[in-house]
Write a protein that binds this ligand. Structure first.
Ligand SMILES: [Zn+2]
Length: 713
């Protein structure tokens, strides 16, 4: 027999180690060694073990034997001794981790124990703190969910959950970030803010009565809301609320008199109304980008939405503030334009990551109906601003980037909750490794049709299981909610019922390639993508109830992509050799033969139509296009049904003089320095490339950035 040690190494079995441990336990209780007959029993019995055993198994055997011989006091001493050692070992390991974190020379993302995240700029004690207990957090989360599945569905499914996780068929997102249960991300209504923030944090703050106090309370609420979820917080009504308080300070026509002074002559540096509004934008955005102490020194992920006139009316015509006033489109239009122009300019002075912005445009299926907003969108892209566009021919869904696309089941107004349509999000995300699943399903099948059937069968089983895991997780969330643990929901910012349980997809390209297909526009690949998204969507629909709603999303998988790739590689599965992680789009981001238009087509309705939670196209370009070219691409996106996209052109900052331009430069045009840093979207959000974890960093170098000349129109 051999012994498997905790670090995985295998050593020959050595009975003297058992003897010494047992003698220590007897000595601690009875001041003498263990009786000889007991030692003989252990020796004889252990010599009959045939299979290799882990250290834990051997210890369990000793504890059991002590019980058999009725040495109960020694049994307790031995067990306590063992626990103490486990605890000491864990602490020593964590101390070593902290030492390595400081000295390993890697950035914060790469130094992460798991779930690396590029949303951290500098290593420091605050982000180190959140890393130290990630492995323990993961175990805690796992055991909690195991117990709940056991309670709801029995041991077989609970065991299967662990098996699905450890065999890397599925991955539960953000398991390690916290030991407690939290929602994944949430799009909130700001309506409760009008009743004071007492309900969110217990401080007796009154409802704001001025624009500045609103902005202050909004920032505070953002940090409080972000601390109650794992991911993003989206504000779909940001401009409506900003408008409400701007009216309180400057009157109903403030947008028409923006050049008038807002201060009296007593103030040294007098500001106009327009300047005051910009000042508040700056105040909010700069605060949103501050690292948050309770998020491991990450700033909260924030999202805001712009709407064109038609979309806005469809969403907010019913909306009324508690004082009976309503937001006015003319002023919202003014604020949205002011913000987007200001933010674009501001990013030339300092590169800020948040908020992620989404422009929602309503189409008639052929064109954007509001031409003025179509122009604004293309104008801002041409000016180098980086934001998402969401195109929909029906305002029944909202892309808040909190989750990419969410069906709005009912957009009902009430005086206690405001408009319910903006509240959405995801309470938990479990992602399927489609490459591994496909290779497990298809053993010796070379006929594509038969292979598709096999994949469908296994996929159905896995999705049915994931839905049950999700139900178990959300059941616990509901319980914690009932116990008052989510003040965000108690106060009415979010609605637990409206949060989706999300089935994520990763490795679909690699699965298709394994089956011999090319990830380009061709019938086989299209059919395969439809098979995967269609099967999941059908099951989501079938199993959704009012309390438990499912959707599916092609997850960006910032760090999961490289984990799945490496796990599969280690376990002998086929992985493509031309990349170091699984791709995050229907097209291959590293394929120079996929044109700009192909990318839109491969994210069009034929591929994404059944993906009920959506997918974001981050179209990498080497340089900014003209307004006309962007217009052409929006028209093309409408034609092929690509509903959610952004353009990603690296921005560049000089490390010496701080000069920023919205394109890459090798030598600083201002000071001539060659020390420059590129900023690009790691996946969904803008970050400096050197802050990426090492796998994403490698991948970033393989991305194809098309020059503008590749788009002929
Ligand atoms: Zn410079």
């Amino acid at each position: 027999m051999k012994v498997i040690k905790r670090d995985g190494t295998i050593v020959p079995f050595d009975f003297s180690k058992i003897e010494s441990a047992v003698n220590k336990a007897f000595n601690s209780v009875h001041n003498c060694d263990a009786p000889e007959d007991f030692i003989d029993y252990l020796k004889v019995t252990s010599s009959t073990f045939e299979e290799d055993m882990s250290v834990e198994d051997i210890q369990k055997f000793v504890i059991y034997s002590l019980g058999e011989f009725k040495y109960y006091d020694v049994q307790i001493a031995y067990t306590e001794y063992r626990y103490k050692h486990t605890e000491e070992r864990l602490i020593k390991e964590r101390i070593l981790y902290m030492k390595n974190y400081q000295l390993n020379g890697e950035n914060a993302a790469t130094s992460s124990a798991s779930d690396p995240n590029a949303n951290i700029t500098l290593k420091n004690v605050a982000n180190m703190e959140s890393e130290v207990y990630k492995p323990t957090n993961r175990r805690t989360q796992r055991i909690m969910l195991y117990d709940e599945i056991l309670k709801l569905y029995g041991k077989e499914l609970a065991d299967q959950y662990i098996k699905d996780l450890t065999s890397h068929i599925i991955y539960t997102h953000d398991e390690a970030s916290t030991p407690v249960l939290k929602n994944y991300c949430e799009a909130v209504t700001l309506y409760p803010l009008l009743f004071g923030s007492d309900s969110l944090d217990g401080t007796k703050t009154e409802s704001p009565e001025h624009l500045h106090s609103f902005c202050g309370q909004l920032v505070n609420a953002t940090f409080l809301l972000a601390s109650q979820c794992k991911g993003a917080v989206a504000f779909g009504e940001f401009f409506n609320f900003f408008d409400h308080f701007a009216v309180m300070d400057y009157g109903e026509d403030y947008d028409l008199i923006e050049n008038e002074f807002a201060d009296t002559e007593v103030v040294k540096k007098r500001k106009t109304i327009g300047e005051k509004i910009i000042q508040q934008f700056q105040y909010i955005v700069c605060n949103w980008n501050q690292p948050a102490g309770n998020r491991g020194a990450q700033s909260p992920f924030t999202n805001i939405s712009y709407y064109d006139e038609n979309y806005w009316h469809a969403m907010f015509d019913e909306f009324v503030f508690p004082d009976g006033s309503k937001p006015l489109w003319r002023r919202i239009d003014y604020l949205q334009r002011k913000f987007i122009h200001w933010f674009n300019d501001y990013r030339s002075r300092t590169l800020l990551t948040f908020p992620v912005e989404t422009m929602a445009l309503l189409t008639d299926g052929k064109d954007v109906i509001d031409k003025a907003y179509k122009d604004l969108t293309t104008e801002m892209y041409a000016k180098g601003h980086s934001f998402f566009t969401y195109l929909s021919d029906n305002p029944d869904s909202l892309a808040s980037c909190c989750r990419l696309r969410n069906q709005i089941n009912e957009n009902v107004f009430s005086f206690t909750n405001g408009l319910t349509g903006v509240q959405t999000g995801s309470c938990n995300v479990i992602t399927i490794n489609l490459n591994r699943l496909t290779q497990n399903a298809v053993k010796e099948n070379h006929d594509l049709g038969a292979a598709f059937n096999d994949v469908k069968e296994v996929l159905t089983e896995v999705v049915e299981r994931i839905h049950k895991y999700h139900i178990a997780y959300k059941t616990m969330l509901y319980e914690w909610e009932a116990n008052g643990m989510f003040t965000a929901s108690k106060a009415g910012y979010i609605s637990m019922q409206k949060l989706y349980s999300t089935v994520g997809l990763n490795g679909i390209n690699e699965a298709a390639e394994f089956l011999g297909m090319k990830c380009s526009y061709n019938e086989d690949y299209k059919n395969f993508c439809q098979l995967i998204t269609g099967t999941i969507s059908e099951l989501n629909h079938k199993n959704s109830t009012k309390k438990f709603q499912f959707n599916s999303e092609f997850v960006p998988a910032e760090s999961l992509s490289s984990k799945n790739y490496n796990w599969d590689l280690q376990d002998g599965y086929w992985v493509p050799s031309d990349r170091n992680l699984y791709n995050s789009y229907f097209y291959l981001a590293s394929d120079p033969n996929t044109s700009i238009l192909d990318r839109f087509k491969l994210h069009g309705r034929e591929f994404t139509g059944k993906l009920d939670g959506g997918v974001g196209l981050h179209c990498n370009l080497d340089e900014h296009l003209s307004q006309k070219q962007y217009e052409y691409l929006i028209n093309y996106a409408i034609e092929v049904g690509c509903s959610y996209f952004t353009f990603n052109i690296p921005n560049c900052q000089c490390d010496d003089c701080g000069h920023i331009e919205k394109h890459h430069f090798g030598v600083c045009p201002k000071c001539g320095s060659e020390n420059t840093t590129d900023w690009t979207r790691i996946i969904g959000y803008l970050r400096p490339v050197p802050k990426f974890d090492k796998e994403r960093y490698k991948e970033a170098l393989t991305r194809v950035y098309h020059p503008a000349s590749n788009l002929k129109c």
